[in-house]
Each structure stands twice: as C-alpha cells, then as structure tokens.
Write a protein that binds this ligand. Structure first.
Ligand SMILES: [Zn+2]
Length: 360
C-alpha cells in the first residue's frame, strides 16, 4: 500500500521537477573532517561551488571561528555523530565489543563496534550528543554508525548473503533478547555458536525485529535529546547503501536498519552510496535513492565518493560526472560529497562538480 502511494508521489515529483522553472531547494553538502587553511577562504570557495551545507567533524563544530564563518557565509552545519563505532572506548574497555555468531569479537580491519545493548554506553552517547548541540548549536546532527557491525565497504554485488556477519551475541544482548521477546534459549545449548545457530534457525524474525529496535531506539533517543536542546535542529541518518531486498534483506537482518522507522524520526536519510568502492555503476546511486524513497517517502540525500577508496581501480572524471548526476536525479533531495578533503585533492573534479551544480 505504502509503495503505491510513494509511486504516485514519485511520478508527481518527477513531473514537478521537469516543469518547474523555480529554483529547487537542493541540499549540496560536503563531509569535512579537517581544514588546515582559513575558514573564510574555505566557505568562499563553497559559496562559489554551490555547496550550502557542511557535514562536519566534532572537532570543527567545536571551533568557534569555523561556526562563525559558516554562519556569515550562509553555510548550514551538521555535526557528524558516530554512535557504535568508537575505537577509543573499545581500546579502554574491550569488554564492550560486539560479539559475532562464533563467539568472537566482531572485527574486520578497522571496523569494530560497541555492543548496542550497553545501557551506560547508550546513555553516555545521548548525553554527548545533547552537549554538542547545547554548546555549539549546529543546524543539524548527522547520526553515523547507527547500525550493527558490518564492513559493508567491502561487500560486493556477488557476496553470498549467508556469509555476512550477524551480531551481537554477547551475554548482555542474549539476556535482553530473551527477556524482551519471551523467547528462552534451551539450557542444553551452552556455547555462543550453538545459541546463535539456534536463534538464527528458530527465531530469526524476532531476532531481526529486536536488533532493529536496538538501533531505532538509539537513533530516537539521540534525536530527542538534540531536539530538546534545539527544537528546530535537523536530523540526518547515515544508511548502509543496500536496497530493501539486497543480500536477502541484509539492511535489516545484518545492519539492523529499519529504514521506515528511521525515516519517521529523522528529517533526512543519507545512504552512503559509494558506488565505485562497492563495484557498482554510477546509476546504482539513483537506484538506491529511489528504493529508499519508495520505502519511506522521506527526504533522501545520497552521499557519494569523490576519490578512490579501498579499491585501486581508476575512478575517472566521466565516472564521477555520471555519479554526481545520478545522485541529483529525482527523487533525491540533493547530494553529499565524501569528502571535501578528497575533492580538493583533485582540481579537475572540483571544476566538474561546480559545472554540474550550476547546471542543475
Ligand atoms: Zn551485545
């Protein structure tokens, strides 16, 4: 039913965009983590390029000069707020790590997650978000790593869904799961691998629903705290770039992201559609954007990569052009580039980006 409704909305949007001579309020954003030069020059360059929104590290958001110059140049500021990825905390408290179905710490290269059931950690993160909003008054909060452990950056189209990691099976999660669903793991199953297999074989739907709720409730608590401090703050949520049916429903079964529920509590959904990195063509960016829009009717802001990442294969100007254009196609509400640092490293891409934005 919802899908039919959003199909009509999509057709309307396409017609509207095609006919209207008016300027659209398109969000053109850049993720920015560091800046070594003058903020004034930075934002003058953004004004020139048509970038109107920064998705900024906490370090930059905490810098008064950065915020002052952003305001003077009409640049909106979102603070990027990572939730369950926290290398610093895990280095000090390794017992907080999420646990995989083999009973091991869920980790791959740099990716390691905090168990999403730890009440103290959750409270600390909510209070941390509240403090940033109170102290620095950003225009938005961009909630990142709001999901379960998965190294999706290296999940390619031919990946066997059964090989994707599912977590967290530590005792805290297993106790909460049993308590909150009324499902009891049989006493004779002693080790985590046996218990995990039993849950995934016998109660996978309840498990998925429960895991999604852990993520949704955390996003909601952060959004509520931010809005208590600043009622008009915008909330953006970073999504794993998977369509509803991809990898056998892994967006929920693996990442634990219930797109519809997350859409209801946020202003924007931003899939990390880094096409080149996951061996997809530029048109895939539009495909994912459309899929999320059809599920939610929400405001979708695809984030796209600028430079090479993880793969050594060439990412040339033509592919970049097609990627930016795919990202801006309706029903998208804009584009976020990942990242400003990568863009300034490739001057030819800056010129191309500017041309596309101006023409849009
Ligand atoms: Zn856990």
């Amino acid at each position: 039913m919802m899908k039919y409704l959003f199909s009509f909305l999509l057709i309307f949007l396409l017609l509207y965009q095609g006919c209207s001579p008016e300027e659209q309020h398109t969000l053109i954003g850049a993720k920015i983590y560091e800046n070594s030069g003058s903020y004034k020059l930075l934002f003058e360059q953004w004004n020139d390029l048509g970038i109107n929104t920064g998705f900024c590290s906490q370090k930059l958001i905490s810098d008064r000069e950065f915020m002052k110059e952003a305001g003077e140049h009409n640049i909106s500021t979102f603070v990027i707020f990572p939730v369950f990825f926290n290398a610093e905390v895990l280095a000090k408290s390794p017992d907080l790590s999420a646990i995989n179905r083999n009973g091991e710490v869920a980790a791959e290269e740099w990716v390691e997650f905090v168990c999403p059931s730890r009440e103290d950690y959750r409270q600390q993160m909510v209070e941390h978000a509240r403090r940033i909003v109170r102290d620095h008054q950003p225009d938005g909060i961009s909630i990142d790593f709001i999901r379960h452990f998965v190294y999706w950056e290296k999940v390619y189209p031919d990946r066997d869904p059964a090989s994707l990691p599912v977590s967290c099976f530590d005792s805290v999660c297993l106790n909460h799961f049993q308590h909150e669903t009324g499902i009891s793991i049989p006493d004779e199953l002693k080790g985590i691998p046996e218990q995990a297999d039993w849950i995934l074989n016998e109660h996978v739907d309840a498990w998925t629903t429960w895991r999604c709720q852990l993520i949704t409730s955390m996003a909601e608590a952060i959004a509520n705290a931010a809005r208590e401090e600043k009622p008009d703050i915008k909330v953006n949520i970073h999504l794993v770039p998977w369509a509803e049916e991809d990898f056998n429903g892994a967006i929920q079964k693996v990442a634990g992201q219930d797109i519809e529920a997350l859409s209801e509590l946020s202003d924007y959904l931003s899939p990390m559609t880094y096409a080149h990195m996951v061996k997809q063509p530029p048109s895939w960016v539009h495909h994912i954007t459309e899929d999320i829009f059809m599920q939610t009717g929400g405001t979708v802001l695809p984030s796209i990569q600028v430079g090479k990442a993880y793969l050594e294969t060439e990412f040339d100007l033509e592919e970049f052009r097609q990627t930016v254009e795919a990202a801006l196609a309706a029903p998208s509400s804009g584009v976020i580039i990942w990242s400003w640092e990568r863009l300034i490293a490739e001057p030819a891409k800056i010129d191309l980006f500017k041309d596309i934005i101006k023409a849009n």
